[in-house]
Design a protein around this ligand. Structure first.
Ligand SMILES: Cc1ncc(C[n+]2csc(CCOP(=O)(O)OP(=O)(O)O)c2C)c(N)n1
Ligand SMILES: [Mg+2]
Length: 310
């Protein structure tokens, strides 16, 4: 069992998850107005994964993400208004409006990039970055996030093999939300669990409930500690669901009508977090409500500024 989190750490985790939720809910509305260029892939429902992993990383640790990357940018500490303005294609921020939703990077924060080329780029990038950190003698850890669909890409296997051969301090985080576009993972992923594939690469693999911030936090903490201690890479499969379609505008005919409703009502990560932390007395409901208000103001401000930017 890991060390209990302090109130400050719990409030930070809630703020991160709540910011991601509010950011994505607002984008869902704003995208419908037609003002946002390109494609947008939302992450609502999957917040505990980004928050649970990133709680163990600092600016010297690097991450890479895929096409569904807003949440990883937010959890890694990239400026929220900067991300919003980038999605609006504005020159002012993060990648001068050239990256858009799918290609946000901020090297100062160790965010090497979200990427529209599913996984083929993120995994080798992270293995390269972590090799560089190792050669420079830092204790930096690198993490790559990819989906169940991405987990079937050849580049993932090559990167996992190389990471193990070189005993590199990195984490492979497979966020299994059950679908790659409209293809169900229980059809496309041949083994029972993506985590089982770790054995083929000589690294530990664990599966965690992605609705449970504490489960993700604990698994990621053990893997990061292992990596920093020089014991090599790990694979974590985070089981979760996405509340929205694959992209904004996806009719989702491949999902059961009540599928998302069920998860929202019974599994929601924010709901579980609130219940658990307030029941145990670790935080007060009023502290969470204050964060709700601050986050709502932050998102409102980010959208207002992003819209008025050049
Ligand atoms: C190399 C590559 N192949 C195909 C695509 C088209 N594509 C974009 S997202 C996606 C599905 C990815 O699914 P998954 O990895 O499970 O991530 P999720 O969307 O569920 O978060 C596909 C096939 C792509 N962008 N890049
Ligand atoms: Mg998926």
């Amino acid at each position: 069992m890991s060390t209990p989190l302090t109130t400050e750490q719990l409030l930070h985790a809630y703020r991160v998850m709540r910011t991601i939720r509010a950011f994505e809910e607002r984008l869902h509305m704003e995208f419908a107005t037609g003002e946002i260029p390109g494609f947008v892939h939302l992450y609502g429902g999957e917040e505990a994964s980004a928050a649970g992993v990133m709680a163990h990383l600092g600016d010297d640790d690097c991450i890479a993400s895929n096409h569904r990357g807003h949440r990883h940018c937010i959890a890694k500490g990239v400026d929220v208004y900067g991300i919003m303005a980038e999605i609006y294609g504005k020159k002012t921020r993060v990648c001068q409006g050239k990256g858009g939703s799918m290609h946000i990077a901020d090297f100062e924060k160790g965010m090497l990039g979200a990427n529209g080329i599913v996984v083929g780029t993120g995994t080798p990038l992270v293995v390269g970055a972590v090799l560089a950190a190792r050669l420079q003698g830092t204790d930096g850890v690198s993490v790559v996030f990819f989906g169940d669909g991405g987990s079937n890409e050849g580049a993932v296997f090559e990167a996992m093999n190389m990471a193990s051969v070189w005993n590199l301090p990195c984490l492979f985080v497979a966020e299994n939300n059950g679908y790659a576009e409209a293809t169900a993972s229980n059809w496309s992923v041949v083994c029972d669990h993506i985590a089982d594939r770790a054995a083929g690469f000589g690294m530990p693999g664990v599966m965690v409930d992605g609705f449970d911030f504490f489960a993700v936090h604990e698994a990621a903490g053990a893997a990061v500690e292992r990596a920093r201690a020089g014991e090599g890479p790990s694979l974590i499969e985070v089981k979760l669901t996405r509340y929205y379609g694959h992209f904004e505008g996806d009719a989702q005919t491949y999902r059961a009508p009540d599928e998302v409703k069920h998860y929202r009502e019974h599994n929601d990560c924010l709901m579980q977090f609130r219940e658990r932390t307030t029941r145990s007395g670790s935080v007060q409901a009023s502290q969470l409500e204050r964060i709700d208000q601050e986050v709502d103001a932050l998102i409102e401000d980010a959208v207002r500024k992003a819209k008025s930017d050049l």
